[in-house]
Design a protein around this ligand. Structure first.
Ligand code: UDP
Length: 237
């Protein structure tokens, strides 16, 4: 069933599906990178956590009517997805200030954003994924004005769902990054992953950071934290 390797990224490998042009297999790796690839490490089992956590998130979003590339989880580290062409934009939604916005605009960490902020970054390793505005996005990608407005609306709707989803397991979602892709029909759908690699998740009671920041900042055990998140999600109904 699994075909040739199509592409290898920092956190996942993408495989073709034999005799199938409409689907792909995402295989989650154990590698972690931060600071535009400058900090690297491998954690045995990380791929499994991100695959299983991201699968649960996409299943939940599907139940809420959010269309995405996700079809199903295949095994511990792999999932079947619709083939999409990723639009090179990172759509970041922020509920609470953390990370780059605290450095770029000097917001104090934990400053709440209500309504949430949406930011666009251009997915380009050579340029270091710069912050861009809507006009840049229209010139740098094939997205149309109408599609871009829809993507931003969809990202805010996903935010509402993710806030509910994680609150039920005692986690606040400070911010997260989404990617969108164009499927074989030309429609834009939510793609990539939603995991503790791509979200900032803070324990509601203790404020403890329970995401990739423990690796970025060197403050904790990434595997222990990811295991804790998966266990909470598995224990939830
Ligand atoms: N993010 C991501 N991939 C990236 C950059 C950011 O998944 O290449 C996520 C990150 O985990 C956080 C949110 O997007 O949840 C906002 O990231 P930020 O702009 O603060 O950048 P950072 O300081 O994390 O590099």
């Amino acid at each position: 069933m699994k075909g040739d390797l199509l592409y290898e990224g920092k956190a996942k490998k993408v495989f073709k599906v034999e005799n199938n042009d409409t689907h792909l297999i995402l295989s989650y790796k154990n590698d972690a990178t931060a600071f535009n690839g400058e900090k690297k490490a491998s954690f045995q089992g990380k791929g499994r956590y991100n695959n299983l956590i991201s699968s649960k998130v996409f299943e939940y979003l599907h139940g809420k009517g959010v269309t995405s590339h996700f079809e199903r989880c295949l095994n511990d580290t792999e999932q079947l997805v619709q083939r999409t062409t990723i639009i090179p934009l990172e759509v970041v939604v922020r509920n609470i200030a953390a990370g780059s916005i605290t450095r770029r605009l000097d917001f104090e960490e934990k400053t709440p954003f209500n309504p949430p902020l949406v930011e666009l970054f251009y997915k380009n390793d050579e340029l270091g994924d710069p912050l861009i505005n809507d006009d840049h996005a229209l010139r740098l990608t094939d997205i149309t004005e109408q599609e871009l407005q829809q993507v931003k609306k969809d990202a805010l709707a996903v935010n509402q769902h993710l806030q509910t989803f994680f609150k039920e397991v005692g986690l606040a979602i400070a911010d997260f990054k989404l990617e969108f892709g164009r499927n074989v029909d030309g429609a834009i759908v939510l793609s990539d992953e939603v995991s503790p690699d791509t979200c900032r998740l803070w324990d509601i009671t203790t404020g403890e950071k329970m995401d990739k920041d423990v690796f970025r900042e060197g403050t904790g055990d990434l595997l222990q934290v990811y295991d804790n998140i998966l266990k909470r999600l598995e224990a939830a109904k």
